[in-house]
Each structure stands twice: as C-alpha cells, then as structure tokens.
Design a protein around this ligand. Structure first.
Ligand SMILES: Cc1cc2nc3c(=O)[nH]c(=O)nc-3n(C[C@H](O)[C@H](O)[C@H](O)COP(=O)(O)OP(=O)(O)OC[C@H]3O[C@@H](n4cnc5c(N)ncnc54)[C@H](O)[C@@H]3O)c2cc1C
Length: 250
C-alpha cells in the first residue's frame, strides 16, 4: 500500500487529555473511505524500528463512502506513549506518513431495526463519522442508541453533534454513561455508572438489533459477554478495541 502523506492543519483541545487533529491528505490514488474506518500513522521507535498506531477517522462523512482530502482524528494522550510523545509535539504544517484506510467497523448494507452504538472515550469517533448515514437510516425507520461512556462530562466528546441529531429525530437516543462524576445539570438520558450497567438493564431484540462496541478493550470484552448472554448473535456484535501493537524488538 503506497503511504499517504498527512500534513497537520490544526490541533484543537477537546478536553484536558484529548485533542482533535486535522490533517490534509495527499495520496497518489483518490483517498476513498467508508465511515467507521481508521488510519495507521507511522512512527519510528527510539531504537530506530518503524511502527504504527491506529486512529479512527472522526470527521463527519458527507456520505457513507466518500473521497476525502482532509481528515480529523481524536487522540487521547497516554503518559509515556510513543504516538502521544510525537503527535503532541507536532506543529501545523509538519507532515508524516500513514497508510489506510483499514477496517470493517462500518454499518452493514442490511438495515436493522435498532442499532446500539456503544463507546468509551475516543471510541465514539466512528459513530460521529457515520452520522449522515445514521440520519438516512433513521428516515427509513431504524432506531439508534449511542451509548457513550466517560468518567465525567468533559469526556463526552463531540456531544453537540449527537444531541443535535437527538433533537431532530425521535428515534435517535444519545445516552451518556458517567462512571465517576454526574453532571450538575443532567441531560435527559444521563446514566450513572459504566455503559455495561446501562446495557445490563436493557432488553435486546435478538432478531432485529445490532450492536457496535468501540474503545477501551475491557469495556469491549465485558459488553460483548453481556450482550452474548442476553442472546445477541455473535456476528451482530461488531467490535473495535483501541489497543497498541506489541512493541517491536530488534
Ligand atoms: C483500530 C484502532 C483504532 C484506534 N483509534 C483510536 C482513536 O481514534 N483515538 C485514540 O486516541 N486511540 C485510538 N486507538 C489506540 C491508538 O492506536 C494507540 O494505542 C493510543 O493512542 C496509544 O498510543 P501511544 O503510542 O501514545 O501509547 P503506547 O506507546 O502504545 O503505550 C504506552 C503505554 O500505555 C499503555 N496504554 C496504551 N493505550 C492506553 C490507554 N488508552 N490507556 C491507558 N494506557 C494505555 C500501553 O500498554 C503502554 O504500556 C486505536 C486503536 C486501534 C487498534
């Protein structure tokens, strides 16, 4: 795969620990992406070995499959992390290599009655990318639940985009699950606790529902087991775990 060239256009803070980075994409071929896919950003370890870190594309796609010349990603800083170290020092106008797009964490062609899009932290970005396609499916009669886990309200990334859709569509539900600190002024669907606590209370229609899980690997594993116990068929529980590849050794 020929590498892409990403040039930083800007970096905006989403909260104390998370930024939105916008890149210009230069590619030999048109850069065609499906909402939900991710890029691999290339880095060099201190010992000179090449490695990568993956980031979901966070931009709101104009349609489900589209050609892009700019992308947004949301990055949560990890203390001591390789990508954290390099990206946090990157300046507007500097470039780096990437490859992609990768991944099949996308809405399937078949329309389902109810979609449960479950995330923690930056794991919500694939759902932001899908918002226009979600809107089309709402218009066709589907219902959506975006179940968003964060420690406190500062972790509810891109909340305004989801709230706007909730205000426009009766069958779109944005459900913030706050595990540490509730809000002073709670939103209409706010929950205290982990997303798993919310899912445990919910009934699933195993014939017509589909679930997507994205973000913290512990959440993804626990929610997967919970949904399976509730009878959801495994092929209808899509998973994307946000983990780093094993450190390369010389
Ligand atoms: C398909 C896919 C999509 C992804 N999309 C995103 C995304 O959109 N946004 C995003 O921020 N991340 C995303 N990730 C995770 C991302 O690729 C990196 O793993 C993350 O940014 C940490 O990289 P780093 O080099 O800074 O830290 P590393 O050098 O990889 O890690 C340093 C240390 O911190 C630990 N660590 C790694 N991640 C975490 C964490 N989250 N919390 C606590 N400790 C950790 C490691 O085990 C290691 O000990 C995605 C991962 C995958 C596989």
């Amino acid at each position: 795969m020929t590498p892409l060239k990403l040039t930083m256009l800007g970096m905006d803070s989403l909260n104390d620990n998370t930024v939105n980075i916008r890149f210009k994409v230069d590619s030999e071929q048109p850069f065609v992406v499906i909402a939900g896919q991710f890029l691999r950003l290339h880095f060099t370890q201190d010992d000179g070995l090449e490695t990568f870190r993956s980031y979901s594309i966070a931009s709101i796609f104009p349609e489900e499959k589209t050609t892009m010349d700019e992308v947004d990603i949301a990055v949560s800083w990890v203390p001591g992390g390789l990508a954290t170290e390099k990206l946090s020092k990157m300046q507007v106008g500097q470039s780096m290599e990437a490859t992609g797009p990768y991944g099949r964490f996308c809405l399937l062609p078949d329309r389902h009655e109810r979609y449960f899009l479950i995330a923690t932290g930056t794991g919500v970005t694939p759902y932001r990318a899908m918002l226009k396609e979600i809107e089309l499916r709402l218009q066709q009669g589907s219902a959506f639940y975006v179940v968003m886990g964060a420690q406190d309200e500062t972790g509810l990334l891109y909340e305004a985009d989801f709230v706007a859709l909730e205000q426009a569509y009766e069958h779109f539900h944005y459900v913030p699950c706050l595990s540490r600190i509730d809000r002073n002024e709670a939103g209409p669907n706010d929950q205290s606790g982990y997303v798993q606590n919310y899912l445990a209370k919910h009934d699933f229609d195993v014939e017509n529902d589909i679930a997507y899980l994205c973000g913290n690997p512990n959440m993804v594993d626990e929610a997967f087991n919970l949904l399976k116990e509730k009878g959801m068929p495994v092929p209808l529980i899509k998973r994307e775990k946000y983990i780093s590849p094993a450190t390369k050794k010389k």
